[in-house]
Design a protein around this ligand. Sequence first.
Ligand code: KIV
Ligand code: ZN
Length: 390
Amino acid sequence: MTDTSEQNQVLIFDTTLRDGEQSPGATMSHEEKLEIAALLDEMGVDIIEAGFPIASDGDFEAVSQIAAQSKHSVICGLARASTNDIDRCWEAVKHAEKPRIHTFIGTSPLHRDITALTQDEMIAKIQTTVSHARNLCGDVQWSPMDATRTEHDYLCRVVETAIKAGATTINIPDTVGYTAPRESAELIRMLLERVPGADEIIFATHCHNDLGMATANALAAVEAGARQIECTINGLGERAGNTALEEVVMALKVRNDIMPYQTGIDTTKIMHLSRRVSQVSGFPVQFNKAVVGKNAFLHESGIHQDGVLKNVQTFEIMRPEDIGLFAKNIALGKHSGRAALRAKLAELGFELGDNQLKDVFVRFKALADRKKEVYDEDLVALVASSAGTG
Ligand code: KIV
Ligand code: ZN
């Protein structure tokens, strides 16, 4: 089992290899999954959801091998509310030093309709399946899928049933990205207040990003008492994705003054993982993506460049090296000013006199009007052709 006894420790549950891989087109090869799992383990992720063992033989094999290779992380597999699914999941995760079974059922009226179960029949199913899982494994997570659209009274009943049947973590999924921060917090608070035994288990938050609120909703849930955040690298996941690991982890680090919670993540590994997940999933990271986008630490306008050259904190709230990024933060383009050009030229080994700088600057602006970005080679050519202007 995992531990949040350390005051204000928030567990990071990464589901890149399960919910992330469910993104249409994001399928990863067996070797790629093992590599990503090893990187997540090294980064300090508390729980890795490695796959859905009953879904295919490939998934079963991947979860089994990830379980066998894990060093630090709990290895979790997903299972529907069926003893067959749960048995298959256990067969895969049991190789881990710290195994977890995660079982779920859709509890909202829409899902109850699909499964054609009455409220009481569903309660009975939860009781049987969670206790079956608990007989196999000491660490059991249970999720009421579509929790944020489940009636509160019924949600309290199903959560209480799962706790009594032996669940050690209760995950509250916002399956369709429907909730908003205040509601996300109120839901966790309500469960903590109303459900007997709620203070004995860990509440997790699992948010999807359909309305772009996954990160805000996850953080709001933490402030209300959730102590596990479910997330993926680059926010990969079904439809608009899941909460992005890099966003919640860096938000808790940068704004620890107002959100005093700790994670065990080595943030300097973030950039490498982001690039590898993008490469193996084939999902590019949008340029302006928070934290890991290509432009997240780049400054093009003259005012911003002048500011960061004088004091980087004027336009940067986190240090690029804290996420493992060591590239330069100045992009030369048509909005750039003379100070940025001078700094860039100095970096390239050119100390120009005022006249030559003026000449190069005029021609640089003309070039930048025609090109989206001016590269180092362009600058070297400009300096060479202006040599002697003094
Ligand atoms: O979004 C969701 O509800 C899920 C569950 C399986 C936890 O991914
Ligand atoms: Zn999900």
